[in-house]
Structure formats: C-alpha cells, structure tokens
Design a protein around this ligand. Structure first.
Ligand SMILES: Cc1cc2nc3c(=O)[nH]c(=O)nc-3n(C[C@H](O)[C@H](O)[C@H](O)COP(=O)(O)O)c2cc1C
Length: 326
C-alpha cells in the first residue's frame, strides 16, 4: 500500500488522489444569481443528498486552487442564500463542462453554455430547463475549512421545491436508464450511470442474515464462488437443512425438462444462457457417472442461480455439491 499523511502531500496531488478514490461522484449543476442580477451556472461534484426529513443537499464551491480566491457561486450564495441545484444527465455533459469555465462574475453562464433558463417558483436563481431533476433551495449554512487554494466551503441547503420530468418517474421510482445520470471520477474521467453499468442489490434492512462466518467451509473454500457470491449466501436468513436439500434434489430429478443434452458443451451453453435448471440436470447426471468435475459443475450451477437471484435454488445446489453422493 502507498501510505500518506495529507500534510506531506502537495495539495494538487492530494486532490487528485481523493478524486480517484472517491467516486463516481454525482454532479450538481448549481444556478445562483449575483447582486447585480447576473445568472451563474456551475457544476460541482463535491455534492450529495444527506437526508430527506428535511431534504438537505450540500456541495462545495471550494476556494480557487490557484490563488485561494472565492468562486462566484460562493459569493452569490453568501449574498442571497438562494440556488437551484439540478442533476446532470449524459445529454448535458458537454454544456456543463463549458459552464465550468472560470468566467468572470458579470458573464451570464446560461448564455455561455447554451442551457435554457426558466423561472423558479420560490427563489430568484433560474432553473435549467434541460435537466429533468431540479431543486429550488435555500442555503441554511456555509461551513468553511482553511483559507488556502482548494479549501472547502460546504454549502448546506434545504430543498424547498422539486421539479421532476414526468416521463422519468414510474410508480414513484426514477429508473437509472430513464434519467441517465453522469458521475465524475479522477482526472477527466466520467461515468455514465445507465445501461450495463446498472445492477440491482436488495438491501437486507431489518432481516438479519446468517453472516459469512456461518457458511460451510466447503463453500467458503470453493474456487468457484466469488466474494460477491459468498456475500449473497451470507445475506440469507437461514441455511436449508439436509432433508430440504435431499427432497429438492429428488423432486428435481423427477422434474420433466424438455430438450436438454447431457454433455460438457451443452452445460456451458446453458451457463451462457443463465439456464441453471438445465445446468443442474446435466450436473446431476455427471454426479451419477462419477464425473471428475461433477462438484465443479454443481458449484457453477449454484453460482449461476445466485447471480440470477434464485438464492434458494443456489443454496440447495451448493449444499448438495458439498456431499453429492449422500
Ligand atoms: C464536472 C465538474 C465538477 C466540478 N466540481 C467542483 C467542485 O465540487 N467544487 C469546486 O469548487 N469546483 C468544481 N468544479 C470546477 C468549477 O466548476 C469551476 O471552478 C467553476 O468555474 C466555478 O464557477 P463559479 O466561479 O462561477 O462559481 C467542477 C468542474 C467540473 C467540470
């Protein structure tokens, strides 16, 4: 490991390491207004939501790295405490990048970026029409740390009103593919939070899982299961007992599954199609034939089931793999 005390690193290097290790960060596109009425628009990736009751968001318009001076967003907020915070989608990313230019205070950054200002209902700063998620906010507190270049100023804001595009909300949920957000990472890297990068994981909440330490050693020591697979096993509320496993296998053996072929080639084809039912049919035949890789095939079947959210099936096959001839 590389080990550092922050005080021993030049600030730009420390900054870059923090950006690389903490991400992807959501991006707030913050709209403010100056005393003279100039509209300001700036992206901030030191940003998040910190609770919903009341709804609090915070972002950091830090001091400029080069000279420690205050950014226009900070000055506007200290002047009138109002802002609109909007989420940044993939379709806007080049325009928000343009808005991040260090324009002087009298430049309207809506004009520069080509984004469209629309009236807010409760605050003076304008909303950005192109963003499907807009929050009118009032700043509750500005917390500042340090006075040098890149020193943080954390603007803690309460959301007064939300504006959300109707077509991205289904049954009260915003699906990542519909909003298509982007996140900031290190250097010039961004991530697009939709498509193949999205996956689902149900949070255990109040259901207490058996925990990693309760997994049988032959599961923990298997070369097939990944750390994520073991984590999923550990999240289960209980482990099936021997009689449940025996019954499951007996029932499965008698289950009619059309068109399956008992060969290694077919097994891997079924695996590519996430067809863990046919995989098990083949694996059981291999057990009967004392195939040297029968245990591996059972474990691959269990893994396929767990990765396709059938944890009960996965458990029973995993336990059977521990003692298949019993
Ligand atoms: C995607 C992105 C994220 C950024 N995040 C931050 C941030 O969290 N804090 C910050 O001070 N500057 C951040 N910046 C740089 C500011 O956008 C830039 O300094 C801007 O010119 C400040 O504008 P202002 O003076 O109008 O407030 C970011 C830039 C980009 C492109």
């Amino acid at each position: 490991m590389l080990n550092y005390l922050p005080k021993d690193l030049p600030v730009p290097k420390l900054h870059q390491l923090l950006l690389g290790g903490i991400g992807p960060r959501p991006i707030a596109l913050v709209s403010t207004i100056s005393e003279e009425g100039t509209l300001n628009l700036t992206p901030f990736s030191f940003f998040n939501c910190f609770g919903s009751n009341p709804p609090i968001v915070a972002f950091s318009p830090s001091r400029r790295g080069k000279d420690g001076s205050f950014k226009n967003t900070y000055l506007n907020l200290m002047n009138n405490k109002e802002c609109v915070v909007q989420s940044v989608t993939y379709s806007m990313v080049n325009q928000i990048n343009l808005a991040s230019t260090e324009f002087s205070a009298e430049i309207d950054e809506f004009v520069k970026s080509g984004l469209t200002p629309i009236e807010s209902d409760l605050v003076k700063p304008k909303r950005v029409k192109e963003s499907p998620f807009q929050m009118e906010c009032i700043m509750k507190e500005m917390r500042s740390f340090g006075e040098g270049g890149a020193s943080p100023n954390i603007a803690i804001c309460e959301v007064l009103k939300l504006h959300i595009a109707e077509d991205i909300v289904k049954d009260g949920v915003i699906h990542p593919d519909d909003i298509d957000l982007v996140g900031r990472m290190s250097a010039n890297y961004y991530s697009r939070a939709s498509g193949n990068s999205i996956f689902e994981l149900v949070q255990p909440k109040f259901e207490i899982g058996v925990g990693y330490e309760s997994l049988p050693d032959f599961i923990k020591e298997s070369h097939i299961y990944s750390a994520n697979n073991l984590g999923t096993f550990g999240t289960s509320k209980s482990i099936p007992d021997d009689s449940e496993v025996k019954k499951f296998i007996e029932v499965f053996e008698n289950k009619k599954i059309e068109n399956f072929e008992a060969s290694e080639e077919a097994f891997y084809r079924y695996q590519r199609h996430n067809d863990f039912q046919r995989m098990l049919k083949v694996a059981i035949i291999f057990v009967k034939e004392s195939h040297p890789k029968a245990k591996t095939y059972l474990e691959l079947t269990s893994q396929c089931a767990i990765e396709n959210n059938d944890t009960d099936f996965a458990w029973k096959v995993a336990l059977y793999a521990g003692n298949p001839k019993s």
